[in-house]
Design a protein. Structure first.
Length: 626
C-alpha cells in the first residue's frame, strides 16, 4: 500500500526531531568546568591549560575530553587525570579529577666521594616540595653527569628513585681506572711512561690529572704524538674505564757537523752527537767538539730517574775555550778588546721533588779558569806596587813578582835612593785584565715549574731561586757568594700566539773575580748588543717576547729587552789596578727586534736581529731565549 505524500513528510519531520534530541543528549553543552583532587597545584593553572578546549557554551565531546586530559597530564604534576560530567539545568558541569604525583620530601646522593652533596644539590633542579616527575628527574641525572665532567671526572647515575617517604636518591657511580694501557712503544721502557703519568689503577679518573700526565710524557721530547682513548672496563664496564695511551716515538739520536766563521773566533769546525733516549730510559748524553779558531770539548749526561721518587742527576765535564770581549771602564786604556778564556772542570747537579711542580737542587762545580794576555794600561798612584832594593824598577815587580819593599807613602823619606815618587812622569803599567784562578762552589736552588711543555711552553710559569757559595769549606782560589732569581711566565692569547715574559735579578757578596761577575748583552740576555757588553756585581733584566707560529716548523718573534749589569771594581794582578764596571749605578739599557725560530732535525734554531744604543746586531743560537 502506498503512503500518501503528506504522511511521508510527517514521518521525516519526526525522525529529524528525534535525531536532534539524540544528538543533544550525546554532546551536551558545557555549562561549567571544575577541578577536583588537587592539593599542591592550584586550580587556576589547570583551568588555564584547557581554556581553549573546554569553553562554556560549546559542546562537550569525547575528543575534547581526551585533549583536555592530555594537556593536564602534560603539566607534569599528576599521575592520573579523568574527566566526568554532572547535569546542570542548562548543559553539564565538566569535572577534571586529578591525582597529584608524589612530592619530594628530601634529596639525597649516594656514591659521590669527590663532589659534595651541597655541590650536586645546587647543580640540579629537583628540590624538596617539588613533585617527583620522572622527566624532571631524568634531566637532573644528566645535569649530575655533566657537572662531574665539568669538574674533570667521569660518573654515571645508575639509579634515581623516590621511595614511599618521598626521599629522592641519586646513586652515583664514579669512574675508576681499571687499567692503563701503553701502546706504540718499540724502544722506550714502559715504566718510564708510567713514571711520568703518575696514575695508578684503582684511582678515580680525573681529566686534569690525565692531562697533566700527558703533558709530562710529551715534555720528555721522546714522542712525536701522544693520544689517549677511553674504553669501558672489562670487569665492570658500567663503572670502570681503561685509559689507553697511544704513542709515536720520535727519532732521538742526532749527529751534526758545522763550519762557521766569526770575527771573534775566525774559522771553527763543530762536531756533535747526542742521544736523548739512551737505553730506552730517557737518559740524555751528548759530546761536542770544536776545532779550528778555538778548541773545546764537552761531555754531558743526564739521568732523569735516579730513583723512583723523581730525583735526577746531571753531570757535565768540559775543557772549553771561548774568545770573548770586554769593554772596560773609561779609566782603563785597552790594548785589545778580545781575549781567550779557557775553562776546564765539571759540575754535578742533583734535583729532587718537593711537590708535583716544585723541586730542590744541589750543584757542586769545580773549574780552572785561565788568565789571558788581554792587556790594559793605567797609572799607578803613589805608594802602590813593589820596587826592588836596587836602583831600578822591573816590570815583573809591578805585576807582583820578585822580592822588594813597599813604596813609601812619602818618597822624600829616602832622598838618596831613587823612588817612583821621585820621577817627574806618571808610572804607566800594563797588566792582564782577566786573571784566572780556580773556582770551587756549591749552589742550593729552589725551582717551581708549571710549564705545559718545557721545550716550547704555551702556558704556565717557571721560577728559580739559587744561592751559590764559592771558596770557604770547598776550597778554590776565590771566595764570594751569589744569589739569583729567574721568573718566566707564558700566556697563550688565541690562535697559537704566545706572550712570554722573563724577569731576572741577582747580586754578589764578597769579591767575585771578573770572570764570575754578572754579564749582560748577547743572544741570551740583551739582544742588539755584543756579548758581555756590561759587567757588574749586580744584574737586572726583563725580556718580553711575542711568538706567532707561521707553520709547524717556523715561528716569528718580536721582542723587547731591558736591563744591565752594574757596580763593583774587579782586581787584576797588579795591586791598585782595577777594572770598574761601566755602570756603577743602575742604568738600564734597551734593545728591541724581530726573529725566527726554525725546527730542524738537529733541534730548534734561533735567529734574532736586534737594535740597541750601539746600533744593530744579529744573533744566532739554538732554542728559545727563555
Amino acid at each position: 500500500m502506498l503512503m500518501k505524500p503528506s504522511a511521508r513528510i510527517a514521518i521525516a519531520v519526526m525522525l529529524l526531531a528525534c535525531a536532534a534530541a539524540l544528538a543533544q543528549d550525546e554532546n551536551p553543552l558545557i555549562g561549567e568546568v571544575a577541578v577536583e583532587g588537587n592539593d599542591y597545584v592550584a586550580r587556576e593553572p589547570i583551568l588555564d591549560v584547557v581554556k581553549d578546549v573546554l569553553k562554556v557554551g560549546e559542546e562537550f565531546t569525547d575528543t575534547k575530553a581526551a585533549e583536555a586530559r592530555r594537556l593536564v597530564l602534560r603539566m607534569g604534576y599528576f599521575d592520573d587525570v579523568t574527566l566526568s560530567v554532572e547535569p546542570l539545568e542548562q548543559g553539564v558541569r565538566v569535572v577534571i579529577t586529578v591525582v597529584e604525583k608524589q612530592r619530594i620530601e628530601q634529596v639525597m646522593f649516594a656514591g659521590n666521594t669527590v663532589i659534595s652533596d651541597d655541590e650536586l644539590a645546587a647543580a640540579i633542579l629537583s628540590q624538596p616540595g617539588h613533585v617527583a616527575d620522572e622527566r624532571a628527574i631524568g634531566r637532573d641525572v644528566r645535569r649530575i653527569e655533566d657537572y662531574y665532567e665539568k669538574k674533570g671526572y667521569i660518573a654515571k647515575v645508575s639509579e634515581a628513585i623516590v621511595d614511599a617517604f618521598g626521599v629522592l636518591t641519586f646513586v652515583v657511580e664514579e669512574a675508576r681506572l681499571e687499567d692503563i694501557i701503553i701502546e706504540g712503544l718499540t724502544r722506550t721502557k714502559e715504566w718510564l711512561v708510567h713514571q711520568e703519568l703518575r696514575l695508578e689503577p684503582g684511582e678515580l679518573f680525573q681529566q686534569a690529572e690525565v692531562t697533566t700526565g700527558i703533558q709530562r710524557v710529551y715534555g720528555l721530547g721522546l714522542f712525536e704524538e701522544v693520544d689517549t682513548d677511553i674504553r669501558p672496563g672489562l670487569e665492570n664496564p658500567l663503572k670502570d674505564i681503561i685509559l689507553v695511551i697511544k704513542l709515536t716515538e720520535a727519532k732521538t739520536g742526532r749527529a751534526a757537523f758545522a763550519m762557521a766563521y766569526s770575527s771573534l773566533d775566525e774559522f771553527v769546525v763543530m762536531l756533535s752527537a747526542s742521544e736523548s733516549n739512551l737505553r730506552g730510559r730517557g737518559e740524555r748524553a751528548s759530546v761536542t767538539v770544536e776545532l779550528g779558531g778555538r778548541e773545546s770539548y764537552e761531555f754531558s749526561f743526564f739521568e732523569p730517574y735516579l730513583d723512583r721518587g723523581g730525583t735526577t742527576l746531571e753531570l757535565n765535564v768540559f775543557d772549553t775555550e771561548r774568545r770573548r770581549r770586554f769593554v772596560g771602564g773609561a779609566m782603563v786604556s785597552l790594548a785589545d778588546s778580545e781575549f781567550d778564556e779557557r775553562r776546564t772542570g765539571g759540575n754535578v747537579t742533583v734535583t729532587g721533588p718537593i711537590s708535583d711542580h716544585r723541586n730542590w737542587s744541589f750543584r757542586f762545580r769545580t773549574e780552572e779558569v785561565s788568565s789571558s794576555f788581554f792587556q790594559g794600561t793605567t797609572t799607578l798612584p803613589p805608594g802602590i806596587g813593589l820596587v826592588p832594593a836596587g836602583n831600578g824598577v822591573e816590570p815583573s815587580d809591578l805585576t807582583g813578582g820578585g822580592a822588594g819593599t813597599t813604596v813609601p807613602d812619602d818618597p822624600d823619606l829616602m832622598p838618596d835612593l831613587p823612588e817612583p815618587g821621585d820621577l817627574t812622569t806618571p808610572i804607566q803599567v800594563a797588566a792582564p785584565l782577566h786573571p784566572g784562578g780556580r773556582v770551587n762552589s756549591f749552589t742550593l736552588g729552589l725551582i717551581d715549574d708549571t710549564r705545559d711543555v718545557r721545550a716550547n711552553p704555551r702556558s704556565g710559569a717557571f721560577s728559580s731561586l739559587s744561592f751559590e757559595q764559592a771558596g770557604g769549606l770547598v776550597g778554590g782560589g776565590t771566595e764570594f757568594g751569589k744569589i739569583q732569581l729567574d721568573h718566566r711566565r707564558y700566556h697563550e692569547i688565541g690562535g697559537g700566539d704566545v706572550v712570554a715574559l722573563r724577569l731576572m735579578g741577582g747580586t754578589t757578596f764578597g769579591s767575585p773575580p771578573l770572570f764570575e761577575s754578572f754579564s749582560i748583552g748577547g743572544a741570551n740576555t740583551l739582544r742588539g748588543y755584543e756579548l758581555d757588553r756590561w759587567r757588574g756585581e749586580s744584574l737586572a733584566l726583563a725580556n718580553v717576547e711575542y711568538r706567532r707560529p707561521i707553520t709547524d716548523t717556523l715561528t716569528a718573534v718580536g721582542f723587547v729587552d731591558v736591563g744591565t749589569a752594574w757596580g763593583g771594581a774587579f782586581e787584576t794582578v797588579v795591586p791598585g789596578f782595577e777594572i770598574k764596571a761601566d755602570d756603577q749605578e743602575f742604568a738600564p739599557h734597551a734593545g728591541a727586534g724581530v726573529g725566527l725560530r726554525v725546527v730542524t732535525p738537529i733541534g730548534p734554531i734561533r735567529l734574532d736581529m736586534g737594535w740597541g744604543e750601539d746600533g744593530s746586531r744579529a744573533h744566532f743560537s739554538f732554542g728559545h731565549t727563555f
